[in-house]
Design a protein around this ligand. Structure first.
Ligand SMILES: *[C@@H]1O[C@H](CO)[C@@H](O)[C@H](O)[C@H]1NC(C)=O
Ligand SMILES: *[C@@H]1O[C@H](CO)[C@@H](O)[C@H](O)[C@H]1NC(C)=O
Ligand SMILES: *[C@@H]1O[C@H](CO)[C@@H](O)[C@H](O)[C@H]1NC(C)=O
Ligand SMILES: *[C@@H]1O[C@H](CO)[C@@H](O)[C@H](O)[C@H]1NC(C)=O
Length: 258
């Protein structure tokens, strides 16, 4: 091996062993200073305007010695106000968008709260009709042709277009999602349904995830949906017209899990 090749190899060795902090380049969140432990998303699924509107309450714990700003990931969200549980308003700022990462939402912490152990922010917001994580299908695009249909897909970094989050796999949290729709829609969310109530106009449903998971695993679907059990722990959810086919297709899901 000639000298040049050897020195090149040595250089590659140097570069590859250089100590690098393990950090997610695709988040704006200051996860080394504060972490989300739980969140409660309370949303109205507005099919007529193709938006989700409501609040996301983030239950966060400080890990740095003190804190003067909390950075969150957002993407094309309208942020209306940010309150704590006592109703105090927080000042906030949204940076210009980065075309690959969305925007940084900064929540400014008043000096007298900088050493508070926990921070719970209730953020009132609305998604954009173009939110990248959400697909809105018209009735014509569905099998039943009766109702519109929406579903989300947040991988890899699109949860921030659904709600403000520390949108990085390094943060895992439990959550509760409350959804409100017109009464004819059925909604399902990744998590156990713990409450489902309808009056003559409106359906409210509550879903709970008690296993801490990453923000990109939150999934929401709403439309003319039915559900069928295909194993002890497994269900399929789809339109009535598709349920037979889909149940057959996933009939071995329980075996795969086992
Ligand atoms: C945040 O919420 C948690 C859980 O409900 C509560 O224990 C804590 O006191 C709250 N923190 C603040 C600052 O309100
Ligand atoms: C979610 O709904 C439950 C009822 O199932 C209610 O107790 C809770 O306060 C709601 N949370 C929010 C954030 O709206
Ligand atoms: C759903 O409920 C079951 C039974 O209470 C529980 O064992 C499981 O952990 C829950 N799953 C989630 C995702 O919260
Ligand atoms: C499903 O659950 C029942 C009752 O707990 C059990 O007897 C059966 O073996 C389970 N089947 C599978 C495939 O795990």
């Amino acid at each position: 091996m000639d000298y040049k090749a050897l020195s090149l190899l040595f250089l590659i060795f140097l570069v590859s062993t250089e100590a690098r902090p393990i950090e997610d380049q695709a988040t704006f969140a200051n996860v080394n200073e504060i972490v989300t432990e739980h969140y409660e998303l309370d949303i109205f699924i507005d099919f007529s305007r193709k938006v989700l509107s409501g609040t996301n309450t983030l239950y966060m714990r400080r890990t740095a010695d003190s804190l003067d700003v909390v950075y969150l990931d957002v993407w094309d969200l309208n942020i209306y106000q940010i309150l704590d549980q006592s109703g105090n308003k927080y000042e906030f700022h949204i940076d210009d968008p980065n075309p690959n990462l969305g925007q940084r939402l900064s929540i400014f912490i008043p000096e007298d709260l900088s050493t508070s152990e926990t921070f719970n922010f209730t953020i009132s917001y609305e998604t954009s009709p173009d939110a990248q994580a959400i697909s809105w299908l018209s009735p014509e695009q569905t099998s039943g042709k009766k109702l519109p249909y929406m579903f989300t897909q947040s991988e890899p970094i699109l949860a921030r277009s659904l709600a403000p989050f520390q949108d990085t796999p390094s943060i895992k949290s439990t959550y509760v999602v409350n959804t409100t729709t017109h009464v004819q829609f059925v909604t399902r969310v990744s998590g156990n349904m713990t409450y489902d109530y309808t009056d003559c106009m409106i359906r409210y449903s509550t879903f709970e995830m008690n296993i801490p998971v990453q923000s990109y695993l939150l999934a929401i679907a709403s439309g003319n949906l039915v559900e069928r059990k295909v194993g002890n722990r497994t269900y399929v959810i789809t339109e009535p017209e598709e349920i037979e086919k889909v149940a057959n297709e996933f009939s071995e899901l329980e075996d795969f899990l086992s």
